[in-house]
Design a protein around this ligand. Structure first.
Ligand code: SF4
Ligand code: SF4
Length: 189
């Protein structure tokens, strides 16, 4: 089946999830280090305030905090972490499939170009994508998404001994007691 966005949907630009679990808070859009400056410039040009937090860091031992950042994340603008700052919620313009449009669509982050493909073996479609919820799976019209995901994987490859994940401290008010902020060691010795 051919992949195509569901009419009027903009869910992936709005809904943010706790990942890998609640204690890490809600995540933002993954931004590679080489994309960060460009996204900050785009925000300035569009007069949009953005917040970019670290996402994945590495180090050679678990006693130190990360010495290198492999990925950042662009946080949502709502208090609960939802809604990308680049989503045009006001102008009444529409995306090509009739949803709310992205103000930087042509130059959006690689992670947005890769979605709804997610990192897994084999590569799969995110079941939270509305297309998947309504149509099941797809195996066609995903070349651009696949290419984007492979670029992300390549950029984030590491042999570092320790991998850290940043807890964003952001989420629904009723979850605050579980949500942490700061680096948490995910894998390491
Ligand atoms: S990728 Fe999925 S969630 Fe995102 S706009 Fe398309 S159908 Fe909706
Ligand atoms: S940058 Fe654009 S495509 Fe990516 S989440 Fe934000 S609004 Fe959506």
């Amino acid at each position: 089946m051919e992949f195509g966005c569901i009419e009027e949907c903009a869910d992936c630009c709005i809904q943010r999830e706790y990942y890998p679990n609640k204690q890490f808070g809600k995540i933002g859009v993954l931004i590679l280090p080489e994309e960060k400056e460009r996204i900050e410039e785009l925000a300035k040009l569009n007069k949009i305030e953005i917040k970019i937090l670290p996402r994945i860091g590495i180090s050679e031992n678990s006693n130190q905090s990360p010495t290198k950042i492999l990925a950042y994340q662009l946080m949502g603008i709502e208090e609960n972490g939802n809604t990308c700052p680049f989503l045009d919620t006001k102008s009444k313009k529409k995306s090509t499939h009739g949803g709310l449009p992205c103000k930087i669509y042509e130059v959006r982050p690689l992670a947005c170009s890769a979605y709804p493909l997610i990192e897994s073996t084999p590569i799969m479609l995110d079941q939270k994508c509305k297309f998947c919820k309504e149509c099941g799976s797809a195996d066609k019209n995903l070349e651009f998404e696949t290419e984007s995901l492979l670029k992300i994987k390549e950029s984030m490859q590491t042999n570092a001994a320790c991998i850290w994940r940043y807890a964003t401290g952001i989420g629904e008010q009723e979850d605050y007691e579980f949500i942490k902020t700061g680096w948490i060691l995910e894998e390491g010795i």
